[in-house]
Ligand binder design. Sequence first.
Ligand code: NAD
Length: 309
Amino acid sequence: MANQLRWDGRVVVVTGAGNGLGRAHALFFGSRGAKVVVNDLGGSAFGAGASSSAADKVVEEIRAAGGQAVANYDSVEFGDKIIETALKAFGRFASLQFFNNAGILRDKSFARMTEEDWLIIQKVHVYGTYKVTKAAWEVFEKQKFGRIINTASGAGVYGNFGQVNYSTAKLAVHGLTETLAQEGAKNNIFANTIAPLAGSRLTATVWDEGMLKLMKPEYITPIVAYLAHESSTSNGRLFELGGGWAAEIRWNKTLGHIWNTGPTFTPEAVAAAWDKVEDFKDSIYPRTNRDGINALQIIEASQKAPENP
Ligand code: NAD
């Protein structure tokens, strides 16, 4: 097809590519010319054990379909080894891009959550995303090109009962993305976050058959593939995806209220104007920290000046 988006000559690393979303992404990129690194530790959805078979099966599938792929079995905590596999197999200065997708769950109410449940989730999702990205960053800067897709979750954006460890980690993943997007832009390194919804072993225990069918991982892949293509200009964005649907989520801030900081600045004065702090009637959509500060100056000029002659 003349207008087909392709990844010929590009190396695409997908972490946690032995199952679910990562597997769907890896198979797709293998079919579109990419040299794929299929990383998977091969443990349980709970984060126990390890095995090479999950990654090996996906590599076999890609090769059987005529594509190129290598396996890597390291935990994302050793992200440098994953990038090393990519560079060894496909060339030291190969054009590289990747998906931080690996993940596990340790769902428990906060009262029942152990220190281990907390730490393992931060280690896999936050530290793992950092480690793979850190190892690839120098390559990205040299090649003046990079596309990073980090995988968060609606649980991180909205919170979710029983997932305090996971929601903390997943929102952190988006914080990481937002700053990488700003630091990478000058070198054509773009980073975006997805909050997917898909039928996989992580959702199989909570969704019914109908929902699992509607929300196949394959219904997310074309969207992340577009975002990962060199032609895509999205950067630092957060998208919620599932079942063939995509929508952007962004920060929305009220104009708020500024109090006169003289002797009248009391909790009672705060209470009297609190509805303005929570009133979204007039609001802004800041993209950077600076946007927030600029907005404060505008509000200050419009609200505070008359009160402080
Ligand atoms: P999945 O369990 O089917 O696949 C995750 C894969 O990651 C597994 O093959 C697993 O072996 C691998 N993995 C786990 N820990 C690893 C580690 N330390 N190093 C390397 N590989 C590791 O799950 P999925 O639903 O496809 O999830 C993929 C990503 O999407 C995860 O980050 C998950 O948190 C996120 N997510 C999924 C959903 C959903 O609806 N399925 C919703 C929100 C977020």
